[in-house]
Design a protein around this ligand. Structure first.
Ligand code: URA
Length: 430
């Protein structure tokens, strides 16, 4: 087989065989196929696409490039959830302990943040002492005893994905649906769960900008999962404004704890109950989705869900954060509205990038994060606002943030006429 023939085939819009796809991935990982040929193939895929079958083969080749986690030592149905990335998306921090408190087994491997989107592992590391590197044995033991463990993805999980993603990042080939689907699904399938809910975000702060693309991506990932015998459900949810009110690592952990105690923002709470209901129901814990919703709500009001979070934190060596840690920063700055009206738009991307520049995220993968900084919104889309009222608070450790104040102010569009609250959950694909 020759790489140039495979590139030409895809360039001409023809289908690639399983063997050809495996040849490319194995050859690239072993260093036999150079970057320039792989870049060329990625660009051909970007323009010509892939069939569902090719995408499944690509997923399998990436998945088999490294370790496949065997979770059979954990009793019961293992559930997992993945978000395509957003601003203020602390869903895993809430959902994990919440469904674990219902009896579902959560063996979760998570990643770090890059650019305007945050990562669960960074957020958890804002908790003093919290260990995100666990041995396989400790990970399984913890899930067997308390139903949940969250650890960082190791380099041996789908290593081809890391190499391909780095190349896609510098060749303009990240936004290709088959490439995104195989990247996400290879890691999810290698992580070993039986039931997987995917949260496909759509809007300014997300990879997918249109409903049509989000649907295509969701359907493709559900099909790939089915081809591997897994139950995969895709949610399509709005990310035109940030999720919840807090953006920034420690701030998001505190918001997650509040949500687990029943005092969280409505949108975050709703998303966790809805995704959670699918996980709990498909884990065989309840007969219906409605019964699962009820159970999840009970676990929040009885404080069993927040107790599960504390159990997880302590099992992983952390010290449970105190909620009064929230307002500890003397350099807290209020961004105030210059006019009265309704918030008609709140640009998630601008808010995410601003939080990143404040130090809450990484511009490049080697940047260090300031766990304490970020933004807490005081207004969201459809809220009314008076001139001089606070739109957002900035938690800052830098001296001059004049530009960020301007950016955050401009991220809000205020209009005179009434605005409907946007719907958060747009579609569920099974
Ligand atoms: N998230 C991933 O893991 N991979 C992609 O390609 C895009 C989003």
């Amino acid at each position: 087989m020759r790489m140039v023939d495979i590139i030409e085939r895809k360039r001409d819009g023809l289908e690639l065989s399983k063997a050809a796809i495996k040849f490319c991935i194995d050859g690239y990982v072993s260093g036999k196929i150079p970057d320039y040929q792989m870049s060329s193939l990625l660009m051909a895929i970007y323009f010509k696409g892939m069939t569902d079958e090719e995408s499944t083969h690509l997923t399998e080749a990436i998945l088999r490039s490294g370790d496949i986690i065997d979770l059979s030592a954990i009793e019961g149905i293992k559930v997992d959830k993945h978000s395509t990335g957003g601003v203020g998306d602390k869903t895993t921090l809430v959902l994990g302990p919440l469904v674990a408190s219902c009896g579902a087994k959560v063996a979760k491997l998570s990643g770090r943040g890059l650019g305007h989107t945050g990562g669960t592992i960074d957020k958890l590391e804002s908790i003093e002492g919290f260990q995100t590197t666990l041995t396989n044995h400790a990970f399984m033991e913890q899930v067997n005893t308390i139903n949940i463990a969250v650890a960082g993805q190791t380099a041996s999980l789908a290593p081809a994905d890391k190499l391909l993603y780095a190349l896609r990042d510098v060749t303009g080939t990240v936004p290709s649906i088959p490439l995104i689907a195989s990247s996400i699904m290879s890691k999810k399938l290698a992580s070993g769960a039986d039931v997987i809910v995917l949260d496909v975000k759509i809007g300014d702060g997300a990879f997918m900008k249109t409903l049509e693309d989000a649907r295509t991506l969701g359907r493709l990932m559900v099909n790939i999962g089915a081809n591997f015998g897994k139950k995969v459900i895709a949610f399509i949810t709005d990310m035109s404004e940030p999720l919840g009110m807090a953006i920034g690592n420690k701030l998001e952990v505190l918001e997650a704890i509040r949500t687990l105690q029943g005092n969280g923002p409505d949108d975050l709470n709703k998303l966790c109950i809805e995704i959670g209901s699918y996980l709990v129901h498909h884990a065989g814990i309840t007969e219906t989705l409605n019964a699962a919703r009820k159970l999840l709500e009970e676990k929040i009001s009885s404080l069993e869900a927040s107790a599960k979070f504390k159990e997880m934190v302590e099992a992983q060596g952390g010290i449970m954060p105190q909620l009064n840690d929230y307002i500890h920063n003397e350099t807290l700055i209020a961004v105030k509205s210059e006019k009265s009206g309704y918030v008609s738009k709140l640009n998630a991307l601008d808010i995410g990038l601003s939080a990143m520049r404040l130090g809450a995220g990484r511009e490049t993968k080697d940047d260090t994060i300031d766990m304490d900084v970020g933004i807490v919104l005081n207004k969201k889309v459809a809220d009314t606002v008076e001139q001089g009222e606070v739109l957002a608070y900035i938690y800052n450790n830098k001296k001059d943030i004049t530009e960020e104040i301007k950016t955050i102010l401009n991220a809000f569009t205020i209009t005179d006429s009434f605005v409907e609250k946007p719907s958060l959950i747009i579609e569920v694909i099974e």
